[in-house]
Design a protein around this ligand. Structure first.
Ligand SMILES: [Zn+2]
Ligand SMILES: [Zn+2]
Length: 367
């Protein structure tokens, strides 16, 4: 079928809106009509070469839509089902899936770095017949997506996809980091560095978990204000105050139980170590360039400091995505407030320019 998609042909360049040919789903794949897609910072990282992807590619992985067709062997989904795309295909066969850690599914790399389907081939082609890759095997910057059936998570019929699409990546990554990876408990103290879509989701997870101190750290006033709306109890402008000293001050000199990093910068990852109390944990959610190293002073180890990575919110998508949808419906998880603007696909380059300037929390493309 013919679809409309934003295609990245060269790193650092603008997207071109093109017609592509999308092949039907093969075994254990589904065809989804895209309803909405968030624009995630990881998409931006691919455009700028921080995360690698073959070219040309259809980016976009925070997508939600309606199943139009299922490939052979797909029995848990049918045309008309509403689905949110997850980052992991949850293959169910690999060692990590068998250990009930689908957020570490061994097949994920194929989707994230090869940008193909699980069989190593692509479903998108240019009208001239050239292969086009799709980020995460999803490609939600296109009017239709083919994805592994395990990546498509069914949600109830009354789920508003134009908002809950954010759960596909940013919200699950952030809220899951607080509720699953850290498992924040009532009364605990937390700090969050970076208040974009993921950071705001961490803040919400801390609030839902019952944290009584939630310190939001971001240089942009607009994002600090949003952080307060999402449940932060204190904010810090790191350009005006020393964030470590201020976190210590707010917590009576001892530091927080959990300090989260949601920027993907080595300097701020190292800062988290200075913010935690004895036995506290630095939770690294942001993704740095993979060739960089994080240095931490050994002294903290005597105080049983821990450092913990967090990938995709340590989530089990089949359980957590419907759970976050329910938290949204009950009003506990705020998503509408995180959406700065809704745009058409043809406006995507403007939204990426704004992201480059650090403006807004989330843009959502509506199809
Ligand atoms: Zn697996
Ligand atoms: Zn993402």
């Amino acid at each position: 079928m013919r679809i409309q998609a934003a295609v990245l042909r060269e790193l650092g360049q603008a997207f071109e809106i093109e017609e592509l040919e999308l092949a039907p789903p093969k075994a254990n794949e589904v065809l989804v009509r895209t309803v909405a897609s968030g624009i995630c910072h990881s998409d931006y990282s691919v455009v700028h070469g921080v995360l690698r992807s073959p070219l040309p590619v259809v980016l976009g992985h925070e997508g939600a839509g309606i199943i139009e067709e299922v490939g052979p062997g797909v029995t848990h989904l049918k045309p008309g089902d509403k689905v949110i795309a997850s980052l992991t295909p949850s293959c169910g066969q690999c060692t990590m899936c068998k250990e009930l850690k689908p957020f570490m599914c061994s097949q994920m790399g194929k989707l994230l770095t090869d940008c193909t389907q699980l069989d190593g081939t692509t479903r998108h082609k240019t009208l001239g017949g050239e292969d086009v890759y799709a980020l995460c095997g999803v490609g939600s910057f296109g009017s239709h997506m083919v994805m592994p059936a395990g990546s498509a998570i069914k949600v109830p019929e009354d789920t508003p996809l134009e908002t809950t699409c954010l759960i596909g990546c940013g919200v699950t990554t952030g809220t899951g980091a607080a509720l699953n990876t850290a498992n924040v408990q009532p009364g605990e103290a937390t700090a969050v560095i970076g208040c974009g879509g993921v950071g705001l989701s961490i803040i919400q997870g801390c609030r839902i978990g019952g944290a009584t101190i939630i310190i939001a750290i971001d240089p942009m006033e607009e994002k600090r204000d949003l952080a307060m709306d999402m449940g932060a109890t204190h904010t810090i402008n790191p350009f005006e105050e020393d964030p470590i000293a201020r976190v210590k001050e707010i917590t009576g000199g001892i530091g927080v139980h959990y300090a989260f990093e949601a920027l993907g910068r080595v300097e701020t990852m190292e800062q988290t170590w200075g913010m935690i109390r004895p036995t506290g944990t630095a939770v690294i959610v942001g993704v740095a360039s993979l060739d960089q190293s994080v240095k931490i002073p050994a002294a903290g180890l005597l105080a049983e400091y821990e450092i913990q990575g967090s990938c995709y919110g340590s989530s089990t998508p089949k359980k957590d995505i419907p759970r976050f949808v329910e938290l949204y419906k009950s009003g506990e998880l705020k998503l509408d407030e995180m959406i700065t603007q809704r745009i058409e696909l043809k406006e995507i380059n403007r939204a990426f320019d704004e992201m480059g300037r650090g403006e807004g929390a989330r843009s959502v493309i509506m199809y």
